[in-house]
Ligand binder design. Structure first.
Ligand code: ADP
Length: 570
């Protein structure tokens, strides 16, 4: 940001620029001296006068008695020294002050002239200085950038409500300029500078009509890397966008434990996005007729042909219906290639609804989404039937690694998982929340890779299972996640940063040879990351409990029976 001299506020017209009476005295350099400056001045003035008077008297005496001038006594030398020193002091003090007073009086004149010339000839007080403008076409921090007249008019129009803010991109044909002008209008309307929200350094054209409307800037988020995550024989460096301290470090520790135990493996059980429109009939009987029609295997091929017309990648898999009175909820499932698939499936469903309308004229489509889908809401249907990719990921962690890397033991981990993740979540009435913190890892990877963060709701459904195997020595850990909703094309995945994170994982964009493979690999990476995160957090909790227990019992010689029972039944 430019560093500029701040102009003093302009005085009222015709009023000389003076310090108001009683205004606090400005701090001066002399305030740092041990004596007040006026005392020092007095002393040096007195020394100057005394030494000068003494030397003049001596010179007069020498002239009268014809003593040569170069014959000097010690006191004369001393007096000369004092005279010169005090003269230097007085000159430097009053001389500088004098020069400063000349300079500052010139500044005052200039300020006065600026104020006079910028004000009208009437006795109106001058307008207050306009608030600093955020840079519109240059740096966001270049406060004094002058806006072109045309931009000024547009901003004024937006502020006055005459120009809708949302038309700026279309009207100007320049997304960066549109965002800048909208931001300036926002600043004027709210009086907030939003300086910390950057404007430059972002490609606003890349989000137009796809990712975000009415942009005024972008939020910065740190991205950390956990890994390598050894999964299905491949090493993944997992990007995580988060502001939660320890999350990446903890996941990284889990990755290390998994890698040193030989890696994790995953299986994708199902891959289908869902959309469930709701329609109403005059009677429940008529609604039931449609249900029977849609679920009849004999009609599936016809429905598929109609549905699949919408995309090369959307392929109808199943239709499952539920009823509430005379309302019917039709849950369509389809594969969506490498796309997360909400747009794709919505188009296919619309095709089918249009087709059905001919055979079921009494059908009244209430909404393309009837919440039986179920998108971005906690719902048992996703937990039981799955949505997106249903993935199981597992690993066997060796006893030695549990001890060395995770600083705990197999028995403690297994017991903690039963009591916390299974029983505790049952007590809480959890719906798919049988885990320690799956949503932490899901959200961080979703944000880094351009997924829809709101789908974290169902994508984080997870049951974590821990068992002791190999005669209780090693740990089998698995996460089962029925609804991981991810894609590698469409939406936020095409933005520069998010696309770079997908590239890091080797799953950027569409998989040409085998459409859908990239999105499925991404889903397994999410599950693998969750496996690592679960392993690490559960270990920290188990170890923390052990440390506490040790502090409480092992250091007390009086209560050894409790310590013994604790270690026998961890
Ligand atoms: P979503 O359905 O997840 O909202 P979009 O419909 O926005 O995603 O993006 C998917 C688009 O990408 C479609 O137009 C589709 O034809 C295209 N596409 C290209 N290659 C693939 C692929 N391998 N898998 C899925 N879609 C693909």
């Amino acid at each position: 940001m430019d560093v500029r001299r701040r102009m003093a506020p302009p005085p009222a017209v015709g009023v000389p620029h003076r310090k108001p009476a009683g205004a606090p005295r400005a701090l001066q350099a002399g305030d740092a001296l041990p004596l007040p400056i006026r005392h020092t001045n007095l002393i040096f003035s007195a020394l100057f006068a005394v030494s000068l008077a003494y030397l003049m008297r001596r010179w007069r005496a020498k002239i009268r008695s014809s003593i040569p001038f170069h014959v000097v006594s010690l006191t004369e030398i001393l007096a000369t020294f004092v005279l010169v020193a005090s003269l230097i002091y007085l000159l430097s003090f009053f001389g500088i002050a004098f020069v400063q007073s000349i300079v500052s009086s010139t500044d005052e004149d200039e300020d006065f002239l600026v104020a006079s010339s910028s004000s009208s000839t009437t006795a109106k007080p001058p307008a207050p200085a306009p608030p600093a403008q955020c840079g519109l076409l240059g740096s966001a921090d270049a406060v004094s950038d002058k806006m072109p007249e045309e931009d000024e008019e547009i901003v004024a129009g937006v502020v006055a409500g005459k120009i809708p803010s949302y038309v700026l991109e279309t009207k100007l044909g320049d997304c960066r300029r549109a965002a800048g002008l909208r931001r300036e209008a926002l600043r004027r309307i709210t009086g907030r500078q939003i300086e910390g929200l950057p404007l430059d350094g972002f490609d606003y054209a890349s989000i137009l009509g796809q990712c975000c409307e009415l942009p005024v800037g972008y939020v910065q988020l740190p991205v950390g890397i956990a890994g390598p995550l050894l999964l299905d024989g491949q090493r993944f460096y997992v990007p995580m966008a988060t502001t939660e301290g320890c999350l990446v470090a903890s996941t990284n520790r889990g990755c290390k434990a998994i890698a040193e135990s030989g890696g994790a493996s995953s299986v994708v059980l199902r891959d289908a996005m869902t959309r469930a429109p709701v329609a109403r009939f005059p009677t429940a009987r008529q609604a039931a007729h449609l249900k029977a029609f849609l679920e009849d295997p004999a009609n599936f091929d016809t429905l598929s042909v109609v549905f699949n017309r919408s995309s090369r990648f959307g392929r109808l898999q199943t239709v499952q219906c539920a009823m509430a009175g005379r309302n019917i909820y039709m849950r369509f499932s389809c594969s969506t290639g490498d796309a997360m698939g909400m747009n794709m499936i919505s188009k296919g469903v619309q095709n089918v609804l249009d087709y059905l309308q001919d055979d079921f004229p009494d059908m009244d489509v209430i909404s393309i989404s009837g919440n039986f889908c179920s998108d971005k809401k906690s719902a048992a249907v996703n937990w039981i039937e799955g949505r997106g990719k249903s993935v199981v990921c597992e690993a066997v962690i060796k006893e030695e690694i549990v001890r060395k890397v995770l600083k705990t033991n197999v028995q403690s981990l297994v017991e903690l998982n039963v009591i916390k993740n299974l029983a505790g979540s049952a007590v809480a009435g959890a719906l798919g929340g049988f885990n320690a913190h799956a949503s932490n890892i899901v959200s961080a990877i979703f944000i880094a890779t351009g997924q829809d963060p709101a789908q974290n709701v169902e994508s984080s459904q997870c049951i974590t299972m821990l068992e002791a195997i190999n005669d209780g020595r090693d740990l089998h850990i698995s996460v089962t996640m029925p609804s991981i909703e991810v894609g590698t094309v469409g939406g936020g995945t095409q933005l520069a940063s998010q696309s770079a994170c997908l590239d890091l994982l080797g799953v950027k964009g569409a998989n040409r040879e085998s459409p859908g493979t990239n999105a499925r690999i991404l889903a397994t990476v999410v599950a693998g990351g969750v496996l690592a995160g679960e392993l690490s957090l559960l270990s920290a909790l188990a170890a923390g409990q052990l440390v506490k227990s040790h502090m409480k019992y092992n250091r007390s010689s009086r209560d050894m029976s409790k310590a013994a029972s604790l270690s026998l039944t961890p």
